[in-house]
Design a protein around this ligand. Structure first.
Ligand SMILES: Cc1cc2nc3c(=O)[nH]c(=O)nc-3n(C[C@H](O)[C@H](O)[C@H](O)COP(=O)(O)O)c2cc1C
Length: 199
């Protein structure tokens, strides 16, 4: 079987903060199964929102016409991956603005090019102090489901405020490890089916 890869996009500006800790626990479950992982720092970058210029539907070149930030690099990594993890801290009961800008632009590019994320396996991870985790998860899952991705069960919520707090949330950490295992199982099952269909 070919090597499978998962890319995670972290919407937190805190590079090694709570969201990153949760994502790395998901990675454990994936890496134990021989799946390659890569974490991309989206939060803290200057990322513009979608300008609705419509050029993606004219060019259909898998790229956004706004080229002065990291969004096209992210899209390329997402296209090249078998699985995609979106991670975000809760900011005013939703994802960070950097992650939302990426969701809008990557989502539209995928759509303009015939469904670039179709059948990729996806999950989401949220770090939260107290309120808004489910709404934040919904924002990320809506992107995945409307992009035709496959989500293997419940995503990850970790409770914490200061950097490192989520490590004390045993249930959240256990959930992250479990999600990594589920994601690995689904990725391998899909890859095996694709392989059989190719024979
Ligand atoms: C601008 C801002 C808005 C926030 N809004 C919320 C919120 O609505 N609900 C909540 O529970 N926590 C909120 N928080 C707390 C973060 O979600 C929490 O500290 C989280 O663990 C940060 O994760 P990180 O270390 O990955 O950045 C907010 C933090 C900031 C900086």
């Amino acid at each position: 079987m070919r090597t499978l890869k998962v890319v995670a996009l972290n919407g937190s500006p805190r590079k090694d903060g709570n969201t990153s800790i949760l994502v790395r626990h998901i990675f454990d479950g994936l890496e134990n199964e021989g799946i390659e992982t890569e974490l991309v720092q989206v939060g803290g970058q200057m990322i513009r929102g979608c300008t609705d210029c419509g050029k993606c539907f004219v060019n259909r070149d898998r790229r956004c016409a706004s080229t002065d930030d990291i969004v096209n690099d992210c899209i390329e990594m997402m296209i090249g991956a078998d699985g995609i993890i979106l991670g975000s801290p809760v900011y005013f009961l939703d994802v960070t603005s950097e992650l939302k800008a990426l969701i809008d632009r990557a989502g539209l590019i995928a759509r303009a090019n015939g469904g670039l994320f179709h059948r990729k396996v996806g999950t989401a991870a949220v770090a939260v102090r107290r309120s808004g985790a489910n709404h934040t998860i919904d924002t990320m899952l809506h992107f995945m489901l409307y992009s035709g991705m496959i989500v293997p069960g419940a995503p990850v919520i970790g409770i914490g405020y200061e950097i490192g707090d989520v490590r004390k949330d045993e249930e959240g950490i256990a959930r992250a490890k479990e999600v990594g295992k589920n994601m690995a199982w689904m990725l391998k099952t899909i890859a095996r089916t694709d392989q059989e269909e190719d024979v």
